[in-house]
Design a protein around this ligand. Structure first.
Ligand code: PGA
Length: 248
């Protein structure tokens, strides 16, 4: 189904879910499975990251500190993530912004740390329901992304990934329609083009929010949707694999 646009990326975000037995289930389920033109990654809770090392599944962290190593109880540094073969790191998930009061500036600082360490940031943005109802989605998303471009030079964003995740669609079963998602993805790409046209052409923009095996294909078929960030459905190996297959 790849239309020659960009490679797809499907990343599973386990959030604060999972167990050692789920890790083993996934390692078994993924052994020998190949996807065409799709990069697949899993972002389990950090404690489970080492268990995936060397198992052929690209791994990401769900968050990282914007500080270097030091007196930051409970936090993880990028240098730790690099020691455990992490390839990706999610930054700015709406649950981090809401539960931990992370500002767009902090999110940008995290993205910068991730890039400096040679990892790929999956930079999340997306509006709450009230913003959608007021018709201000593009302005809201632009202000979240503006903080990234204010802090990080475009030449350092060449490998970055953006994930558009409308908050009202996360974990609610209410997916944005393919057209609603495409409208915002198209806006994001045109916004990135105002900073750097070649970056806009290559940057992967993922959709997140109640992606399931039965709606993935139509979402991924949209011209500016380059894959997904998958929460709930990434906790079942069979569902996650069929979402990855929908992109391949
Ligand atoms: P969901 O979560 O697929 O469970 O809606 C997506 C996310 O928050 O990344």
């Amino acid at each position: 189904m790849n239309t020659g646009k960009r490679n797809y990326l499907v990343a599973g975000n386990w959030k604060m879910n999972g167990s050692r037995s789920l890790v083993n289930e996934f390692i078994d389920a993924f052994s020998g499975v190949k996807f065409n033109h799709v990069d697949v990654a899993l972002c389990p809770p950090s404690l489970y990251i080492p268990a995936f090392s060397g198992k052929g599944i690209a791994i990401g962290a769900q968050d990282v500190s914007h500080c270097d190593n030091g007196a930051h109880t409970g936090d993880l540094s990028v240098s730790m993530l690099t020691e455990f073969d992490c390839k990706y790191c999610i930054v700015g998930h709406s649950e981090r912004r809401e539960d931990h009061g992370e500002s767009s500036r902090t999110v940008a600082e995290k993205a910068r740390k991730v890039i400096e360490a040679g990892l790929i940031p999956i930079i999340c943005c997306g509006e709450p329901l009230s913003v959608r109802e007021n018709g201000n989605v593009n302005e809201f998303v632009e202000s979240q992304l503006q903080a990234i471009f204010d802090l990080i030079d475009v030449k350092n964003l060449q490998n970055a990934v953006i994930a558009y995740e409308p908050i009202w669609a996360i974990g609610t079963g209410k997916t944005a329609s393919p057209q609603e998602a495409q409208d915002v993805h198209g806006f994001i790409r045109s916004y990135v083009a105002t900073k750097d046209a070649s970056l806009a052409a290559r940057i992967q923009i993922l959709y997140g929010g109640s992606v399931k095996p039965d709606n993935a294909k139509e979402l991924f078929a949209q011209p500016d949707i380059d894959g997904g960030l998958i929460g709930g459905a990434s906790l079942k190996a069979k569902d996650f694999i069929s979402i990855c297959q929908a992109a391949s």
